[in-house]
Design a protein around this ligand. Sequence first.
Ligand SMILES: [Zn+2]
Ligand SMILES: [Zn+2]
Length: 378
Amino acid sequence: MFDIPRRNDPCWCGSEKKFKKCHLNREHEPPLERQDFEQQTKKHTKTCCAETLNDGLCTTKIIKAHTISKSGSLKQIAENGHVMGTKTSLNELIKTEGSLVTKKVGINDASTFTGFCSYHDKELFAALEDQKISLSNEQLFLLAYRSTNRELYAKDEQLLGVEFMKVADRGQPHHIQQFIQMQAKLQESGIKLALDELNLIKNEMDRLLLSGKFDEMNHFVIELRDVPDVLVSGSTQPEFDFSGARLQNLGVHGSKLSHLIYNAISYENKGCFVFSWLSTHNKICKRFIDSLMSLAPKDLSTALVKYCYTFCENTWASPVWWDNLDERLKSELNRRVQLHGFNPAQARDLVPDDFEFDAFRIGKTWLHQSPSIAPQPA
Ligand SMILES: [Zn+2]
Ligand SMILES: [Zn+2]
């Protein structure tokens, strides 16, 4: 049975406020209204992700940056200026009662985040956006750098969502309050853990960027013979490999987790899918890559599609490709979309099954390992 605290005792919800100033009358407070949700989504403070470089060059103008380059990539798969994906805001999640919907999104809204100032968005990524794609170490590093910053930005936004969740129990009966607070606490600890790790990764990547040591980042590159039908930019902690073997355990606090960063881009009527990781994460990430490469070549495309749809909300598909999927395939991808971040990964998520997705026509594959891991022959 739940013990109601005394008025001046700490509140049961863990807010560290006195009970009388927190949950004492929560069930009698006015419930949240639509405008509260709308205001919430505008709250995210916008600062440049490159402030950590301390170069003093940030402008005050934060711009809507594309995580997947707009001119090179999204346009190539778009139909009438639209691509297929899930665009989530708290607002929309409420409308759909928490389920993510795959729909047409204008390329100006797809894959954007307001994470860099006008100077850094242009200057940092010039080698990627203004030069011919040669898959140089610098270009591959920049792709990964942008993903990492986007991921940090997204986690910050999720944390704001949790703050909001904590007051979303206004006007609710006590057992609902308890449920909401418990959910909020669970999400908060997961997000904070991920933020700590991502900040460590960002610090290391800032160091590599400032020193120009681009070759210290590890990459596995899958070159594609034509324009991919699915584009992605994200990062995840791989928990299981493609045989269902466990790589690391997300539930264990205090253990450092390995992160894998990935991007699928298109350029010059072809494209590539790149996995990137820091040398300190090599053991786990390399096992993940080895297991991917042990699949039969015909299963690679399917494996990559399942990976994107299961782990990354920043996944965008060509509308033509999507429309050509039969209902069974569409509903399988929609099922996977619901797993983003909310449900723990399952061992069988990536194990080959009888679904086939042809979105990537696989060409040459190659591995770049940091000289610190694999000393090059002289
Ligand atoms: Zn409370
Ligand atoms: Zn800046």
